[in-house]
Design a binder for this molecule. Structure first.
Ligand SMILES: O=C(O)CCC(=O)C(=O)O
Ligand SMILES: [Fe+2]
Length: 511
């Protein structure tokens, strides 16, 4: 999901605008064509009316006969046919077909639904709140009963009955509130809802809803069969087990938690929601300070504003460490572009304007711009580390739901290729936030209990390796799913080689 990019959907917005223009042009030319057709009908009417007064006399005139015949042969092919035929409609639909490549697909639809459902779980978002257009405090468009129904249906197709129930319930309640929705019928919602409830073990409510459905659609074949089946199941249950005592809504968060195995994942999700999961051991010793390692001249006028976040392992944040114009440049260099170009179309043999998606590299170096080189110099000044073995600046853009699950930035012993690298392992990570994120998208360290919410222009820095070269496993970290907005980060990985004098190796972890 690292690159689940929002820029793709943004390109679709341009395509939407262009399609609107094509439709307007089409309507305009159609209106002109219809006017011409009207005039043509007028001409035909008056001509035939005159001629039919005395057809023998009229056609007996050779000039009249010639003009009449010419009208339906030469004139027809040259002018009239063009007016009658609707070429522009063909043209419109082929232009729209051409633009389809930029428009969202069914794959995007299921991607966006999966993202939404995942966010709903991670951030414990209430279905009704979400449907009313409140995404964790940020407002969005409201969902209609039909929108909720389709969301539930997509979950159902993935056999995700848990979410099907939530969204079908919401579709029902929207319908009950009497929104003027024609897209979905109550019986259809009940159909999906009842079956999903049965699948999740809630036979009692499944039966109740199936009975309700049979009132609306008495001849529904599946519902009649299901009703008998559910009744049989419940009778057996009554005979074999004690009563549960309620109407058995056993779908709750506890079930979901059990489904999500592993404590790390739940710590990760709790941190993402902004919960405090651990006391920071170093809280009383952390400082905010101006740093200038090695009295680097780059920083004498504007020392780096450092905020320590953790001491062992060392994690800190550098505020205002990249300028707006640099951020602008980085995004510009890294964004896939829609370019218009005039090209030769082999089908028509003409020069035509076409729209292309031009993909730019997500890795930037000093070769791309001298400003990127300046950024390197600054990272070196701030961290005191050499940039000789730093990788190119890596740009990542996370769209809605985009996340990066817990991982290490250094290579483990069992990944031999990384150890064969001449530049060594990744000794440290320096990561810029180059956007704000309205909701979600924190960087979290589950073992340290650290949660860092992106601030445009700030950077996070940490060491991945002890002085003896061993990996610091406590640096395991993750990027939380983006709830609202688009998150941009830019990573600089710094390697061991070249740091011999700046951060000398030791035999132990710290000496
Ligand atoms: O985007 C983030 O917050 C973390 C990214 C990260 O850990 C990585 O790219 O290695
Ligand atoms: Fe990372």
């Amino acid at each position: 999901d690292l690159y689940s990019s929002i820029t793709h959907l943004q390109s679709a917005l341009y395509a939407e605008r262009d399609i609107a223009k094509e439709i307007r042009d089409y309507v305009q030319s159609e209106q002109e064509r219809l006017q011409k057709l009207n005039r043509l009908a007028d001409e035909f009417e008056s001509h035939s009316a005159t001629a039919l007064q005395d057809p023998d006399k009229y056609m007996g005139n050779p000039v009249n006969a010639y003009l009449f015949v010419k009208h339906f042969t030469l004139d027809w092919d040259n002018d009239i046919d063009v007016i009658i035929r609707n070429n522009s409609r063909q043209e419109l639909s082929s232009k729209i077909d051409e633009m389809r490549q930029f428009l969202p697909t069914y794959e995007d639809l299921s991607g966006s639904v999966n993202a939404l459902l995942r966010l709903q779980d991670t951030y414990k978002l209430d279905t009704a709140e979400l449907a009313s257009g409140n995404v964790g405090g940020v407002s969005s468009n409201e969902l209609s009963a039909w929108d909720c129904f389709e969301l539930g249906r997509l979950a159902y197709n993935n056999e995700d009955f848990y979410h099907t129930i939530m969204w079908m319930d919401e579709a029902l309640s929207k319908l009950n509130k009497g929104t003027t929705d024609t897209g979905v019928k109550r019986a259809d919602i009940l159909d999906y809802l009842a079956f999903s409830l049965y699948k999740q073990g809630n036979v009692r409510r499944a039966l109740k809803l199936t009975n309700e459905m049979l009132v609306l659609a008495p001849d529904h074949p599946r519902a009649n069969g299901n009703k008998d089946y559910y009744e049989k199941l419940l009778k057996e249950e009554d005979l074999n087990t004690e009563k549960r005592g309620d109407d058995g809504d056993i779908i709750n968060n506890r079930q979901l938690d059990e489904y999500r195995s592993g404590k790390e994942y739940s710590t990760y999700e709790a941190l993402c929601r902004g919960e405090d999961v651990k006391e920071n051991k170093y809280r009383h010793r952390l400082v905010c300070r101006y740093t200038n390692k090695n009295n680097n001249p780059v920083l004498i006028l504007a020392p780096a504003k450092e905020e320590q976040l953790y001491l062992d392992p060392y994690v800190s944040m550098f505020h205002d460490s990249i300028r707006d114009h640099e951020i602008h440049l980085i995004k510009h260099l890294a964004t896939p572009k829609l370019d218009r170009a005039t090209v030769h179309n082999p089908k028509t043999g003409k020069l035509e304007t076409a729209t292309y998606r031009v993909s730019k590299s997500c890795w930037l170096s000093g070769r791309d711009s001298p400003d990127i080189e300046k950024i390197n110099t600054r990272i070196s000044a701030v961290t005191g580390l050499s940039m000789d073995t730093a990788e190119e600046l890596q740009i990542a853009n996370y769209g809605i739901g985009g996340q990066y699950e817990p991982h290490f930035d250094f290579a483990r012993r069992r990944e031999p290729t990384a150890f064969e690298m001449e530049v060594g392992n990744r000794i440290a990570t320096f990561m810029f936030y180059i956007s704000d994120v309205p909701a979600g998208g924190a960087t979290v360290f589950p073992y340290l209990g650290l949660k860092i919410f992106p601030q445009k222009g700030s950077a996070v820095f940490w060491y991945n390796l002890f002085k003896n070269g061993e990996g610091i496993y406590d640096t395991r970290h993750a990027a939380c799913p983006v709830l609202v907005g688009s998150k941009w980060v830019s990573n600089k990985w710094i390697h061991e080689r070249g740091q011999e004098f700046r951060r000398p190796c030791g035999l132990k972890e710290f000496e």
